[in-house]
Design a binder for this molecule. Structure first.
Ligand code: SF4
Length: 350
């Protein structure tokens, strides 16, 4: 039996019942694939169901305010993906009469749609035989074919992509692609692959050579960038201040409290003499009434954030903060916030 047939037979018995597998709508497949690039299936299912209940079609997403889209994305990370998704939905409605491109090449032309997403939508919605290659697929292919190049290098990735394209079923690329990803998620696990349950065991080079636990190889990890964020959670008459983040940095378009970033750990009194402090609190250069401080270490893919939150009772001292908007504390949940700020708010509300 060839590899694709073995995969498809295995998938017919073992596939998980997931909501996006019951549709051939390119819109719903697109949403599910973008969400699944951010998170695991269990958490992703909740996001998918909430997102598609609120935005069931591309027109609904296109018509929604940007801030509301971000609210439904909150916690998934890589917020530029949500911004691009919203822009692309608007483009499809405005320029393409709400109809998705029906080919891999056409899908690749959409903003924010890369090779992985274009291949997933083209193969699952339109049965175009183009292989998807995500982390699960890279792992399965590298082991199956015994590829020893780092899979996160251009050469290693290209080798896996070429093989994935050779292996794909011409008849049922939709099932084939989902089957490889499912095998990577359920059997060919990152650590301790379950080779005794694998439908490809007889053909697997890594298993034959005793390298199933060793492959795939990856390049040494990049050093994490260490950052120090100091947030001021200012409350006056049941209100606080926030602003939308802008610029090319993490959490683009999410909201945050007034903050100062420093290159090293500093105490509150050391910040009082900085220009950033004067900008935030122009009328209160020597301090504001800090009633509590919380510290968090927050890990992102290539960054470690050391965050301090200063709870400031600003009654009688703070009326406005340049560049920030005043919002009711009870309305904070209506703004898309980084997970770090949500953690802080959950802790102080306990
Ligand atoms: Fe992965 Fe083991 Fe199957 Fe090879 S035999 S593809 S290592 S699960």
């Amino acid at each position: 039996m060839d590899i694709s047939s073995a995969l498809q037979d295995w998938y017919a018995i073992h596939n998980r019942d997931l909501p996006w597998r019951k549709t051939d709508s390119p819109y719903l497949i697109w949403i599910s694939e973008v969400i699944l690039q951010q998170t695991r299936v269990v958490q992703g299912t909740d996001y998918y169901l909430r997102f598609t209940e609120r935005f069931p079609g591309v027109e609904d997403l296109a018509a929604a305010p940007a801030d509301e889209v971000m609210l439904f994305w909150q916690g998934l990370g890589y917020y530029s993906r949500a911004v691009n998704m919203h822009e692309t939905a608007k483009y499809i409605v405005r320029e393409l009469n709400g109809v998705f491109p029906t080919t891999y090449a056409g899908l690749l032309g959409l903003k924010g749609v890369g090779k992985y997403t274009a291949a997933a939508v083209a193969s699952i919605a339109y049965r175009e035989p183009v292989a998807v290659v995500d982390g699960n697929v890279l792992r399965v292919i590298a082991r199956l074919e015994g590829i020893e190049l780092p899979v996160d290098s251009a050469a290693g990735r290209n080798a896996c992509e070429r093989i994935a394209q050779v292996l794909i079923s011409r008849k049922r690329p939709d099932i084939h692609n989902q089957a490889v990803m499912e095998l990577g998620a359920l059997v060919c696990l990152p650590r301790k692959p379950l080779c005794h349950k694998c439908p490809l065991a007889a053909s697997c080079v890594a298993l034959k050579n005793g390298k199933a636990d060793i492959l795939p190889v990856k390049r040494p990890k990049k050093k994490s960038r260490i950052r120090y964020f100091h947030y001021f959670f200012i409350t006056v008459d049941e209100h606080t201040w926030i602003r939308k983040r802008s610029g090319r940095d993490i959490w683009h378009t999410l909201f945050e409290f007034p903050m100062i970033e420093t290159d090293a750990p500093v105490e509150l009194q050391d910040m009082v003499s900085t220009p950033e402090w004067s900008t935030l609190f122009p009328n209160h250069p020597v301090g504001v009434g800090v009633s509590g401080t919380c510290h968090y270490k927050h890990l992102l893919t290539h960054q470690t954030l050391n965050a301090s939150f200063y709870h400031v009772d600003g009654v009688g001292r703070i009326e406005s903060i340049p560049g920030y908007i005043r919002v009711k504390l009870t309305d904070l949940d209506n703004y898309a916030l980084p997970r770090l700020l949500v953690r802080f708010l959950e802790d102080i509300r306990e």
